[in-house]
Ligand binder design. Structure first.
Ligand SMILES: Nc1nc2c(c(=O)[nH]1)N[C@@H](CN(C=O)c1ccc(C(=O)N[C@@H](CCC(=O)O)C(=O)O)cc1)CN2
Ligand SMILES: NCC(=O)N[C@@H]1O[C@H](COP(=O)([O-])[O-])[C@@H](O)[C@H]1O
Length: 185
C-alpha cells in the first residue's frame, strides 16, 4: 500500500477529490495532509476523512522539518495540490520522480513565479486565449519545469471571465488528477 502525502495551501477541493478517490483503495492511502497555512480549509477537509494533518512554516520547511515529517510517516509520494511555496531542492531530491504537481494552465505557457491561482486565469483571459487547461507534472527544483505527465484542455470564448475559466479548469482537475496519480504509482 503506497502512502501519499498531500501538500496544499488553501481550499483543498483537489485534495478532497484525491481523498475520496483513495478512500477504499487497495493501492494507496492518503497518510497525511500538510499545509503552510494553519487556517487553510484543506485541513478541515482532511479531518472529514480522518486523515492526519500537519502544519509548518516556510522557515520550517526550508530547515528540513517537513522532510523529517514525511520520512517519519514513511511517505512514498508527495502530491502538490494548490501548494504555493517553492519546494526546496533537498525535498525534491528526496522524492525523485515521486513528487507531482497540478498547474491550472497548459504549460509551458503561464507558468513560473507569480503564476498561481487566479493570477493564471487572469493572464489567460488577458491574452484572449481560445483554450486553457491543466498540466500535471513531476516536480523539480524550479517552478513548473518538471516532466509533464498529463495535460487536458478546454475551449474558451470571449464571454469567459477569470472566474468562469477557473470553474472550467477546476472541473478538469477534479476529473483527472486522482486518476493520473493512481496511474503513476
Ligand atoms: N520546487 C518546486 N516547488 C513548487 C513547484 C514546482 O514545480 N517546483 N510547483 C508549485 C506550484 N505552482 C505552480 O504549479 C506555483 C505555486 C506558487 C508560485 C509562486 O509564485 N508563489 C509565490 C509565493 C506565494 C505565497 O507565498 O503565497 C512566490 O514564490 O513568490 C508559483 C508556482 C509549488 N512548489
Ligand atoms: N501554480 C499552482 C496553482 O495555481 N495551483 C492551483 O491552485 C488551485 C487549488 O485549488 P484547490 O485548493 O481547490 O485544490 C488549483 O486550481 C491548482 O491548479
Amino acid at each position: 500500500m503506497k502512502r501519499l502525502a498531500i501538500l496544499a495551501s488553501g481550499s483543498g477541493s483537489n485534495a478532497e477529490k484525491i481523498m475520496e478517490h483513495f478512500q477504499n483503495s487497495e493501492i494507496a492511502e492518503i497518510a497525511l495532509v500538510a499545509s503552510n497555512k494553519a487556517d487553510a480549509f484543506v485541513l478541515e477537509r482532511a479531518k472529514k476523512f480522518d486523515v492526519p494533518t500537519f502544519t509548518f512554516s516556510r522557515k520550517e520547511m526550508d530547515a528540513g522539518v517537513l522532510l523529517q515529517k514525511l520520512q517519519q510517516e514513511n511517505i512514498d509520494w508527495v502530491i502538490l495540490a494548490g501548494f504555493l511555496l517553492k519546494i526546496p531542492v533537498e525535498l525534491t531530491r528526496a522524492f525523485p520522480d515521486r513528487m507531482v504537481n497540478i498547474h491550472p494552465a497548459l504549460l509551458p505557457k503561464y507558468g513560473g513565479k507569480g503564476m498561481y491561482g487566479s493570477f493564471v486565469h487572469e493572464a489567460v483571459k488577458a491574452a484572449g486565449e481560445a483554450e486553457t487547461g491543466i498540466t500535471i507534472h513531476l516536480v523539480n527544483e524550479n517552478y513548473d519545469e518538471g516532466r509533464i505527465v498529463f495535460q487536458a484542455s478546454t475551449p474558451l470564448t470571449s464571454d469567459d471571465t477569470p472566474d468562469s475559466i477557473a470553474e472550467k479548469v477546476h472541473a478538469l482537475e477534479h476529473k483527472h488528477f486522482p486518476e493520473v496519480i493512481e496511474g503513476l504509482l
